[in-house]
Design a protein around this ligand. Structure first.
Ligand code: T1G
Length: 706
């Protein structure tokens, strides 16, 4: 039986039109047509005085169907989703249309709503035009209607930041007309009855100009918005194109402004960042699809988490759990360690309150959910126990033996190790099926990435529960294999080593970091090393068995920095020196140390161009990514993109390292890697998968779609 995408019912003199296109009521083919037809059907029906449009399930219309947008990004001849006739139908209705909003009214969903005479919402609703987060701009008259409803400044902020607003904020800015208490549709029907009884005239958004300001008043707003766009979304054309479209709304009549919007929309959707960001959107949603995980294996409920180790990671994980409304037992072997951990959590929350992210009450509730203690009492009531102790195998084996002893049957036993063998840790228990790696990234309460490390014995149930926990914690949970460094760290080391070899050959840390941030990396590799702790990096290298072959070239300066007590930000000195503002400053002492070490080793010195620095660093990442993929450590190339975009500051608007490689061209990447191989030897051996794809003219994206 075909599913009805749009259904109708009548309540008194009101026709209620319900969109029902799970999971997020996107305006997929058939939906706009169904809504328009339902509105058409009552235009001349005397029994109907008003129309309410609402949606079934957990959200209002969350936008145009992005799956129909993707072809347009890759093929200029592909059809643009046609929504304008629906908008015209909604706006020209002779019966007042009331949009009833719950969940998220985003993109085309809010654009359709703004074409109506009225909008009501429940208090928890979110409303926004997040198209720039996909590298495009609103393309269904949103850039023309939003400034007419909310004013130019608000419209600019909403579109450039892509951040949705709350119902209260939307009401305050005239985007909605009422917040409904109780049942949404009941409230919307009451509202519709009221406006119908008023006899009109009813507002016509496209006809409004009262909030469009004047060129003199708007000019500084547009300047500020362009400055903000260049700051928060550098190298991304969409926000600037969206600002042009909103500017057109203030200068042109509605129809011409809409035409201009369409031109700018088509310009944006054909850019590389649009291809990349749409790729990232779907890549982040694909990670939860584990091919061999049976559909009927569902996550076990998780309400209480036990955490062993109250250090930086343990504390961050505790905050991630309480932020998600879970109860936490936080254990540490020492009173000092426990007190230090709880103090750090309090300090972090105080910063969040000062930034208006949380209220004092919110923090009090979160702190009340954490039970700090020195023993494992109560851990038998935990649904998941996460070990976050010092990175030492013997210690972890002892802790897992304890967890095995206290945990209830079916509880998930997880380790936050970033390097150690999950199977060996699992072997310290009687239940390897319940053991999984949950590799959080620091700060664990902030970083969205969670590597879910699957051991040989990890059961489907444990995996499903781990994926469910990632969703609960609002993390992007990516399933990876149990190999040295799993996926993220495995790829990061070749990338990091190349940056260090380049400074030994003549570049400076600042030059290398400037080239990488210029490329779009959130931070340069030397600044990352300082933030994470240079001693930590060396410990991980040793744990991963790097440079066990004495003939292998190894970084010369990193160990010297540690010997000199320059461990990074935590000692105020590392590759850079740091003041109270924690901003990296070039330290001539380090540059001199690098030169000395290089001269000692007889390494010829030369200058580097930013593009060569990027190639050498990023291609090392790509080559190792291809190796991780062919070893089956990642399920998809797009998983690797998701890992790097969410955990390592790789620019989302470049799509992630393997998507970026496709756009550069694998033949070019392979040729350059082969040149580096000839120049630098074995560490640059091209990954067989990269070689094959380059030879066959294939792509990583193509591989994922096979
Ligand atoms: N189109 C198609 N599929 C969508 C979709 C959309 N707009 N939004 C979500 N999905 C799929 C998603 O791929 C996943 O699929 C499932 O729904 C659940 O999503 C003309 C052109 C609404 C806040 O940018 O932000 O309108 O993996 O896991 O965490 O101007 O989805 O299950 O197969 O994210 O509860 C503008 C995008 C579009 C909003 C819900 N709209 N969506 O979050 O669920 S462009 C957006 C979201 C546009 C017009 C332009 C979130 C959500 P699967 P999910 P969630």
């Amino acid at each position: 039986m075909t599913h009805t995408l749009v259904r109708t019912e009548t309540r008194g003199q009101v026709r209620v039109i319900t969109v029902d296109n799970p999971p997020v009521n996107a305006l997929s083919p058939g939906v706009p047509e169904g809504i328009a037809a339902a509105i058409d059907a009552v235009q001349s029906d005397p029994a109907i005085a008003a129309i309410v449009v609402t949606a079934a399930g957990r959200t209002f219309v969350a936008g145009a169907d992005i799956t129909t947008l993707e072809p347009l990004a890759w093929d200029p001849n592909a059809p643009k989703p046609e929504l304008n006739s629906l908008l015209a139908r909604v706006e020209s209705s002779t019966k007042p249309v009331v949009m009833a909003i719950h969940g998220s009214a985003l993109g085309g969903g809010l654009e359709m709503a703004m074409a109506a005479a009225y909008r009501v919402a429940v208090a928890g609703a979110k409303l926004g035009l997040p198209e720039c987060a996909l590298g495009i701009i609103p393309g269904a008259e949103g850039t023309q209607r939003l400034p007419r409803l909310a004013g130019v400044e608000k419209a600019l902020n909403m579109v450039v930041t892509s951040r949705p607003v709350t119902a209260a904020d939307a009401l305050a800015h005239g985007i909605i007309d009422e917040i409904v208490e109780g049942d949404l549709v009941d409230g919307a029907v009451r509202f519709a009855d009221r406006v119908a009884a008023s006899g009109g005239p009813h507002p016509v958004t496209s006809a409004r100009t009262d909030k469009l300001g004047t060129p003199a008043v708007n000019a500084p707003l547009f300047d500020a918005a362009r400055t903000l766009a260049r700051k928060v979304k550098p190298q991304q054309p969409a926000p600037l194109l969206a600002i042009d479209a909103i500017e057109a709304a203030t200068r042109l009549p509605f129809a011409e402004g809409s035409k201009r919007e369409t031109e700018l929309f088509l310009e944006a959707v054909r850019t590389e960042p649009a291809k990349a960001l749409i790729h990232v959107f779907f890549a982040e949603r694909a990670v939860s699809k584990v091919p061999d995980l049976p559909k009927d294996v569902t996550p076990a409920p998780v309400r209480k988490v036990g955490i062993i180790g109250a250090g930086t990671m343990g504390g961050g994980i505790a905050m991630a759990c309480t932020n998600a409304g879970l109860d936490v037992i936080l254990q540490d072997a020492s009173r000092e360690g426990l007190d230090r951990g709880i103090d750090a959590i309090r300090r972090n929350y105080a910063v969040s309150v000062s930034r208006g992210r949380f209220t004092e009450e919110g923090v009090a509730d979160r702190m009340a959910r954490i039970t700090p203690q020195l023993d494992l009492a109560g851990f038998e009531t935990a649904d998941v126990i996460i070990e976050a102790v010092f990175e030492d195998m013997a210690l972890k084996e002892r802790v897992f033996a304890d967890m095995d002893r206290v945990a209830r049957p079916g509880a998930v036993l997880a380790t936050n190790t970033s390097t150690l063998d999950i199977d060996r840790i699992a072997a310290a228990t009687s239940r390897p099926g319940d053991v999984v790696g949950l590799h959080f990234f620091s700060p664990a309460n902030v970083m969205r990435l969670l590597e879910i490390v699957r051991g040989t014995g990890t059961s489907h149930q444990t995996l499903a529960t781990a994926l469910g926990l990632a969703r609960t914690l609002n993390k992007v949970g990516v399933v990876v294999g149990n190999g040295p460094g799993f996926v993220g760290n495995r790829m990061m080391f070749p990338y990091m080593y190349e940056t260090q070899y380049m400074v030994e050959e003549g570049a400076t840390p600042a030059e290398v970091d400037a080239a990488l941030t210029g490329f779009g990396m959130a931070m340069g590799m030397f600044a990352v090393d300082d933030m994470a702790g240079i001693d930590v990096a060396i410990r991980v290298q040793q744990a991963l068995g790097h440079f066990s072959d004495p003939s292998e070239r190894r970084p010369l300066v990193q160990p010297a920095l540690v010997e000199a007590g320059r461990l990074g930000q935590k000692t105020g000195k590392g590759w850079y020196q740091y003041g109270d503002d924690r901003k990296p400053r070039v330290d001539p002492e380090v540059v001199a140390l690098i030169r000395a070490k290089a001269n000692e080793a007889g390494i010829p010195q030369r200058a580097f161009t930013p593009s060569e620095i990027v190639e050498r660093a990023i291609y090392a990442l790509i080559n190792e990514g291809a190796r991780a993929l062919e070893l089956g450590l990642a399920l998809r190339a797009s998983d690797i993109d998701t890992i790097y975009v969410n955990g390592y500051g790789f620019p989302a608007w470049r799509g992630g390292p393997l998507f970026y490689a496709d756009r550069v061209g694998l033949a070019r990447i392979h040729a350059r890697v082969s040149e580096f191989h000839a120049q630098f030897g074995a560490r640059w051996t091209p990954a067989p998968l990269l070689e094959r794809l380059a030879r066959e003219g294939g792509t990583f994206r193509g591989l994922d779609r096979q």
